[in-house]
Design a protein around this ligand. Structure first.
Ligand code: SF4
Ligand code: SF4
Length: 67
């Protein structure tokens, strides 16, 4: 299976809930996320392993990872 066929996860960030604490950035083991202004954004979706740590550790339910 080539890279073109690789199915990427979907990361949803709810900016209404995100308070920019960067906990998810710190917990992500593969450096997928980064802070941009007041919110978190996805920097490198390709590196996401779907480990769900960001989703589990966010205190505000602001980030969700879908397979
Ligand atoms: S842990 Fe949650 S509230 Fe904190 S920056 Fe990440 S998405 Fe936003
Ligand atoms: S699911 Fe895991 S690898 Fe993907 S962004 Fe969240 S913490 Fe990082």
């Amino acid at each position: 299976m080539g890279d073109a066929a690789k199915k990427l996860p979907r990361i949803e960030i709810n900016e209404k809930f995100c308070k920019g604490c960067s906990i998810c950035v710190d917990f992500c083991p593969t450096d997928v996320l980064e802070m941009k202004g007041a919110y978190v954004t996805v920097k490198d979706l390709d590196a996401c392993t779907r480990c769900q740590l960001c989703d589990l550790r966010c205190p505000d339910f602001a980030i969700q990872v879908f397979d």
